[in-house]
Design a protein around this ligand. Structure first.
Ligand code: COA
Length: 259
């Protein structure tokens, strides 16, 4: 599938989606957000894809935010449509049954920070900068940022970052629990692939169960404990569960097939 603002490539089951507007620091205009929605839907249904990496083109920026130029002149109603559409697509990323890693290769600001937070894991290069600077524009986050930043770093620092618009560097993001790892920029993709290799050595069915159960903790109206019971029990019907337990007893490595 070809896109105007995304580059996609599948290598050994790993789909890399690269947001490709480097001259605009990969700012998310409507077209790009829509294309991301299509790419994620396609990746979810494509059995060739086992894991996804989302990154930005160039060395400077993951995504420097929603495209500010497109905001000018919008009405309240248009603002609602914009935020709803962005939130829907970011939820699709969050609920994707396959592991999604953000390879944060520079600025992750506003919608970029929000996009990284919609991914299951975040690996940052040492030049990365995170923040929700929307207040500088007389605006607040609209793609889930007020809700997800709290989930990762707690209310104390989340409300401070949203209120001040301050940016934090990769090391601060690591210390706050916003990112999983910080690595030199030239090792960013290798670290993501290393994580994916580890996750792919497990049962894909079990990994989806983890995603669904952990996400249920934060879902309005969902009973996360109950989701966990369902997902746990569903594992008992899988070939992977039989293989995993048999391999343990036989003292060998399991060979998971995702069935
Ligand atoms: N929306 C639209 N365009 C953006 C953008 C955004 N969020 N962020 C950067 N750009 C564009 C700039 O307008 C500039 O385009 P131009 O060359 O056509 O003028 C280009 O990307 C390069 O950005 P520039 O500001 O020149 O780079 P810099 O290194 O001086 O500064 C930032 C980098 C990230 C600090 C600065 O671009 C910035 O503050 N961006 C906005 C961040 C933001 O508020 N995000 C939340 C949006 S809701």
């Amino acid at each position: 599938m070809t896109f105007e603002n995304l580059l996609t490539a599948i290598d050994n089951g790993v789909l890399t989606i690269t947001i490709n507007r480097p001259d605009k620091l990969n700012a998310l205009n409507k077209k790009t957000v829509d294309e991301m929605g299509v790419a994620i839907k396609d990746a979810t249904s494509n059995s060739e894809v086992k894991a996804i990496i989302i990154t930005g083109a160039g060395q400077k920026s993951f995504v420097a935010g929603a495209d500010i130029a497109e905001f000018i002149g919008r009405s309240v109603e248009q603002g609602k449509v914009l935020a709803q559409a962005g939130q829907n697509i970011f939820k699709e990323i969050e609920n994707c049954p396959k592991p999604v890693i953000a390879a944060v290769n520079g600025f992750a600001l506003g919608g970029g920070c929000e996009l990284s937070m919609a991914c299951h894991l975040r690996v940052a290069s040492d030049n990365a900068k995170f923040g929700q600077p929307e207040v500088n524009l007389g605006l607040i986050a609209g793609y889930g940022g007020t809700q997800r930043l709290i989930q990762y770093i707690g209310k104390t620092k989340a409300i401070e970052l949203h209120m001040t618009g301050d940016l934090i560097n990769a090391e601060q993001a690591l210390n706050l629990g916003l990112v999983n790892y910080v690595v030199p920029q030239d090792q960013l993709m290798a670290k993501c692939l290393e994580l994916i290799a580890k996750i792919r050595s497990k049962s894909p069915r079990a990994i989806t169960g983890v995603i669904n159960s952990v996400n249920a903790y934060f879902e309005n109206g969902a009973d996360g404990f109950n989701t966990e019971i369902e997902e746990f029990a569903n594992c008992f019907a899988t070939e992977d569960f039989k293989e995993g337990t048999t391999a343990f007893v036989e003292k060998r490595k399991p060979n998971f097939t995702g069935k």
